[in-house]
Design a protein around this ligand. Structure first.
Ligand SMILES: C[S@@+](CC[C@H](N)C(=O)[O-])C[C@H]1O[C@@H](n2cnc3c(N)ncnc32)[C@H](O)[C@@H]1O
Length: 1010
């Protein structure tokens, strides 16, 4: 096979600037990208990264950068976008922010599109086709279709397929006419709903109901009176601490009843000093009816969580409306429910009882059973976190009677309208109108069930799918569908607005709708062998999202609204999941999904986990094999994923290699703001990784993991990291980005073995790359090298330099640990970090301080980490690994640096602190070239912004004062000039960046940045 020409994405990509645009796309809560709020789907990708993946995969490497950046929608050269973001992250306020529209909204220049087409066709000829075989909510096919390529969107889940129709098909076929018609029919639907439902939502004078707030209740174990489970009585809790409002329970213990008084929080008359004590905490309740008053404060009896679970399972858990949020023309007010509000609930229940038998007979409401699963639980399981454990067996069980009545009426009336819509609008447009209204129904359901949440900082109802699970909500909020509120109107308007914005997105003149197919990506029979130019895919990521378990929530409604039109999608009981590429452990348990057998933990849990992972990896290998079959021999496979756990990347890499691909590039794209990193508390920001692969020749043969291969991996990894640094990517992304070239070397072969024939896994190549990049970073921080510095010191240095945070994921600690030759357990044992679950935290000098100094006659013992000085009698080994500023000897250079910092700090800093530290230096004769001085200098260079300046007691700088101590000590102790740490002034400044003029550009909307 002739070697295919190198593609743009295999040679270069403005990764930093793409990340900036992704953050801008996601960062504006008031102006979300329209595909994200048309309907819930999970793990959606930003449009900018999707477009970059498609375009970069089709264009040649010598395509002009400025044209490529304009085609991506950049309003400024990529390097300027990166610079503006960097300055914003430093706290500099820039006049006008980016001063250009966000990339996904900007129009194309005709000349650019022509250039794009001509260049792509020089490589591929005229029949360019792009497929996303796991298309989800459709970011990738939408961008491919907007650019005018022949696009196919395949997806396994019917709910996603339904969303795809409204995202990648209708906007191209029907444009805005569809939403105009849909608005007309929505009005008619709403009028019918008003007639049937408004009496169940009593009107308020001069105000509209914004939300009804409910609490779940259980019978008090002693008195049997229903007592509420409320974790926070705040109804309004803005972050500013002003204007807080709470509900205070007023209890009649004799009668066994409670109502609420609503009051502002404050010091004035009629205000409450603070919110009442919660009656639910950590799974346990506190009774309002049984307990005693201690020092004037109610000390209620604790209600155990298993009791709450038992009451939920026997149907004795109730719900009580305790506050109504109403919007007047001036403000949002809270009131206790009026008797007519409570009466309306009773009447709604009677009405439901009247309608229900007929609805059940007609199959109108979802009486399907909730299936066993990782997110839904299993009957008999312990706890209330999953619906099946708390006794919610059917989908109808997650609605209160009034909610179910409303959704039932909504559905009944919508179905009734269908024939009229089709008659008036014709089959194709009419069905599309009906479909958009059905999506409106889904949006309504998402905001009107017992799993919604009253979000009291912004005073809004958060939809059920705000979380990717079915977690128990002890309080929840309900909309007024009509009558006193306009819940249905809001839901439909939201969907139609998203649709309108989708149809307004600029696109190429030859753009056409993507084709949609439903089925597993492991078998795409409609596509011929070697027929596709590019497969661009964003696969499920292990156990990150349980798509079908979550989608069932919508499936049961779409089945009723769309089943007639798409019987092949909606004829199953619930979403199919046999071929779903996820790690779902409950599907691999022999015990019917339950993690308990006869009340005891199921011993085969580990087995099930291993099977679930093997299943996922096997399925992904089959997906890639099928991609290989349909791809032209010179075609490209571009895969996107989020790097969270190393095992999952390894699984994907392994699947790709097993399926016959060789990896040719990797690009980390930061899709989350670095703000949190500058707080330096956590490094939890995630990146999207784009991985590029080509078909590996069949005769690739065996490769040997010998010195030559390792050297090549190391060289490629290092040069890639250097290049990524130039692209404006931070050190952790430089590290991840270096894995691609390492993989390229590894995956050139069908398999890799040691000289003695033992198979070598992908992880070894990753470790080699991480090691090379870490060494390079260490060298950058220390011109004079770190010869003699122990792994502990290098590890701490790398954590601060690469991760820039106090806390990070285990995976990252593991990578850096490997690079210095220590695993995380050793680091924990060495007293450098703590590990809780997936989190690893670096200990400060203060955390590591021992109470007493070691005694001079202490003895030295040999440990895993080298010799440790242990006092003969008193110090345990654990204690010996700590540090005291007066210790006679220090195990490592890091210990010495910590001791010097402690001396400085404990002497109150300044001249006294320097004097105290100096005496220790003199005592040990540590000179400028000592390992202690070289490490201290490197640590100061690695210090992130957040540790450099005192910023309040809870700040990271206050927790890690050693950095400021080292900075102050470098010159007086060792004659080394420290870097300039002067705080950058916060200022509003204008930057000399100029937007490229573009006549076809869409109207800019309000920028949230800046
Ligand atoms: C990460 S999501 C894609 C998200 C999409 N890129 C977006 O921006 O909305 C992965 C998708 O793969 C789908 N999927 C899972 N198993 C599949 C299979 N065997 N074949 C096709 N699609 C599958 C899931 O339903 C999910 O929608």
């Amino acid at each position: 096979m002739k070697k295919p020409p190198r593609l743009l994405i295999e040679e270069w990509l403005p990764a930093g600037a793409i990340g900036v645009e992704c953050m801008r796309e996601r960062g504006s809560a008031s102006a979300l990208a329209p595909h994200t709020y048309l309907h819930v789907w999970w793990a959606r990708r930003p449009l900018t990264v999707a477009r970059a993946a498609v375009l970069g995969s089709l264009l040649p490497a010598d395509f002009p950068r400025d044209v490529f950046e304009r085609l991506l929608g950049f309003g400024l050269p990529g390097k300027d976008l990166v610079e503006i973001r960097r300055r914003m992250d430093e706290g500099v306020r820039l006049e006008g922010g980016f001063n250009c529209d966000r990339a996904f909204k900007r129009g194309f220049r005709d000349g650019d599109l022509e250039k794009m087409r001509a260049s792509a066709e020089t490589i591929w000829g005229s029949g360019i086709s792009v497929i996303d075989p796991m298309a989800g909510g459709g970011a990738i096919p939408l961008e491919s279709a907007r650019l005018g390529f022949h696009t196919l969107a395949n997806e396994y889940n019917p709910v996603a397929c339904s969303i795809l129709e409204a995202t990648v098909d209708y906007p191209f076929r029907f444009g805005e006419e569809l939403s105009q018609k849909a608005r007309k029919w929505a009005k008619i639907w709403n009028e019918k709903i008003e007639k049937r439902l408004s009496r169940f939502y009593p009107a308020y004078r001069f105000a509209k109901v914004h939300a009804y707030v409910f609490a779940r209740t259980v019978p008090c174990p002693d008195t049997q009176f229903q007592t509420p489970l409320v974790p926070d009585w705040h109804l309004l809790k803005p972050k500013t601490e002003r204007n807080r409002v709470v509900a205070e329970p007023i209890v009649d213990r004799k009668k066994g009843t409670w109502t609420v008084r609503i009051a502002p929080v404050g010091r004035g008359a009629g205000q409450l000093r603070e919110a009442p004590n919660p009656t639910y905490n950590d799974g346990k309740g506190i009774s309002l009816f049984s307990g005693e008053v201690v020092n004037g404060i109610w000390n209620g009896r604790q209600i155990p969580s298993d009791y709450i679970q038992a009451k939920a399972q026997t149907g004795e858990m109730r719900d009580v409306l305790y506050a109504v949020a109403v919007k007047t023309t001036q403000r949002l007010k809270f009131e206790p429910p009026e008797p007519r509000d409570l009466q309306a609930l009773t009447e709604a229940e009677s009405e439901l009882n009247r309608c229900r038998p007929n609805w059940e007979k007609k199959g109108l409401i979802p009486t399907e059973n909730i299936p066993v699963g990782d997110k839904t639980g299993a009957p008999g399981g312990v706890g209330t976190d999953l619906p099946l454990k708390r006794g919610e067996k059917k989908w109808v069980d997650i609605f209160t009677p009034r909610q179910l009545l409303s959704v039932g009426v909504l559905l009944e009336e919508l179905l009734d309208l269908r024939t009229k819509i089709i008659k008036a609008e014709g089959e194709a447009l009419g069905e599309a109108v009906f479909h958009l209204l059905s999506l409106g129904l889904d949006k309504y359901v998402n905001h009107d069930c017992m799993q919604t949440r009253w979000e009291n900082t912004h005073a809004v109802i958060k939809g059920k799918m705000d979380r990717h699970d079915y977690a128990f909500k002890v309080t929840f909020a309900e909309m007024a569908t009509c009558g006193s509120g306009s819940g249905l109107e809001w839901a439909i308007d939201n969907v139609l607005e998203a649709y309108e914005k989708l149809s307004e997105l600029p696109r190429s003149s030859n753009a056409r709708a993507a084709e949609i197919s439903m089925g597993t990506a492991t078998s795409l029979p409609v596509l011929h062998d070697k027929s596709v130019t590019a497969v661009v895919v964003d696969p499920p990521y292990a156990d990150n999202v349980q798509y079908s378990e979550l989608a069932d929530f919508f499936y049961v409604w779409l089945k009723r609204t769309q089943g007639h039109r798409r019987p092949e999608w909606f004829s199953t009981y619930l979403c199919e999941h046999d071929q779903e590429a996820v790690v779902n452990i409950s599907r691999h348990r022999e015990n019917g999904g339950s993690s308990r057998k006869n009340g005891k933990r199921d011993g085969s849990a580990a087995d099930a986990k291993a099977k679930a992972h093997a299943f996922y990896q096997g399925l992904m290998t089959d997906v890639f094999r099928e991609s290989r079959r349909i791809l032209r021999d010179d075609g490209v496979l571009t895969v996107m994923f989020t790097h969270k756990k190393q095992e999952a990347w390894e699984a994907l890499f392994t699947s790709l290699i097993q399926a016959g691909f060789t990896i040719t590039a990797t690009w980390p794209i930061k899709t989350e703001s670095e703000h949190s990193l500058h707080q330096a508390k956590k490094n939890a920001a995630q990146s999207t990784v784009i991985l590029v692969a080509r078909k590996r020749p069949k005769d690739a043969g065996v490769g040997y993991f010998d010195n030559a291969m390792r050297k090549e991996i190391r060289e490629k990894a290092r040069s890639t990291a250097e290049r990524l640094e130039g692209e404006g990517l931070n050190p952790v992304d430089q590290l991840v980005g270096s894995f691609g070239p390492a993989m390229e070397v590894y995956s050139r072969h069908s398999e890799v073995r040691t000289d003695t024939g033992i198979p070598v896994g992908v992880d070894k190549a990753i470790d080699e790359a991480a090691d090379a990049v870490s060494q390079w970073r260490v060298q950058k921080l220390s011109d004079r090298g770190l010869e003699g510095v122990e792994p502990e010191g290098k590890f701490t240095l790398l954590c601060w330099d690469v991760l820039g945070a106090v806390e990070f994921r285990f995976n990252e600690a593991k990578l850096l640990g490997n690079a210095v030759g220590m695993d995380v357990d050793q680091l924990v044992a060495a007293g450098l970090v703590t590990k809780t679950g997936d989190k690893v935290k670096i200990l400060s000098a203060g955390d590591r301080r021992r109470d007493k100094a070691l005694e001079p006659d202490s003895m030295e013992v040999q440990t895993l980490f080298g010799p440790v000085v242990v006092a003969k009698k008193r110090a345990s080994k654990k204690n010996a690994l700590k540090v005291h500023p007066n210790d006679p000897v220090f195990r490592t250079a890091l210990d010495a640096c910590h001791a010097l910092a402690l001396r400085y700090i404990e002497a109150g800093g300044g001249a006294g602190g320097i004097g105290s530290a100096k005496s220790l230096v003199n005592q040990h004769r540590w000179g400028k070239d000592s390992k202690e001085a070289r490490l201290m200098e490197a640590l100061v260079r690695a210090a992130p912004e957040a540790v450099r300046h005192e910023a309040g007691k809870k700040s990271v700088a206050a927790q890690y004062p050693e950095f400021r101590a080292w900075h102050a000590l470098l010159l007086p102790l060792f004659g080394i000039k420290p870097p300039d740490w002067k705080k950058k002034l916060e200022a509003v400044i204008g930057l000399p960046f100029k937007e490229a003029s573009d006549e076809e550009e869409a109207e800019p909307d309000n920028e949230d940045e800046g």
